[in-house]
Design a protein around this ligand. Structure first.
Ligand SMILES: C[S@@+](CC[C@H](N)C(=O)[O-])C[C@H]1O[C@@H](n2cnc3c(N)ncnc32)[C@H](O)[C@@H]1O
Length: 212
């Protein structure tokens, strides 16, 4: 594993490409098993599922193993995507594409997906947030591009599963509609539930749904 010299490198494609040249498999925040019960209770087998920033995680394959055949996984690292295509070549139903999460509407049709899953990718996007009480403009703009894109590609009542190590106090400003005076989330995505997952140092599963 290549530890970056500065945390903001987690936002750079070059960092991730270098890392995936040497790293075959790494699971950020915890395995799918630790939150699969909640997610699978809301997913139908015929759902179209988009996995954001798949990296070298086995989450997409584990969804497939549980019977979800329509899974598209994206990452902005072409090295990650090539690695995953090679690793799962025997499973052509799984689709891997190089896409930046800030550009979803330019790649996917509106309302294409029933569910979007993000484990640790939002985190990479806001490493330049700075003071969490007063986030940087670049972090806010990137969050806007990502969340407005998710809103567009999700069908009404579709789900956005957001897995993060960030406590609700700081994450709610982005995910709960009109949670703060700054109105960071003007989207039709609303927070349905938050669960603490006591694995490792602990992390959180945020479940959001797109209102009609
Ligand atoms: C913290 S890792 C999480 C990887 C994987 N989801 C997991 O749970 O192990 C963040 C991933 O997001 C990808 N990523 C970061 N910024 C991205 C962006 N703007 N668009 C698409 N992928 C991005 C990185 O290449 C990396 O694979």
């Amino acid at each position: 594993m290549t530890i970056p010299g500065r945390v903001t490198e987690y936002k750079s494609k070059e960092y991730w490409n270098n890392r995936f040249h040497n790293e075959d498999s790494y699971e950020w925040l915890g395995s799918f098993d630790s939150f699969a019960t909640e997610i699978c209770s809301l997913l139908q087998p015929n759902f179209s599922i988009l996995v954001l920033g798949c990296g070298s995680s086995s989450l997409s394959f584990e969804l497939y193993e549980r019977g979800y055949q329509h899974v598209i996984s994206i990452d902005f690292s072409d090295v990650a995507i090539e690695n995953m295509k090679r690793r799962y070549a025997a499973f052509p139903e799984l689709t891997w594409e190089v896409v930046d999460v800030r550009h979803l509407p330019s790649v996917f049709e509106d309302h294409l997906f029933d569910a979007v899953i993000d484990k640790g990718t939002f985190e990479s996007l806001i490493v330049d947030e700075g003071d969490p009480w007063c986030p940087s403009e670049t972090a806010k703009e990137d969050v806007h591009l990502m969340l407005s894109g998710i809103e567009r590609v999700l069908r009404p009542q579709g789900f956005y599963f957001h897995v993060s190590f960030m406590q609700p106090f700081f994450r709610a400003r982005y995910l709960r509609r009109f949670s703060s005076e700054e109105k960071e989330n003007p989207y039709s995505l609303d927070l349905v539930s938050v669960r603490n997952i006591p694995v490792g140092l602990g992390y959180y599963l945020y479940i959001m749904s797109k209102m009609v």
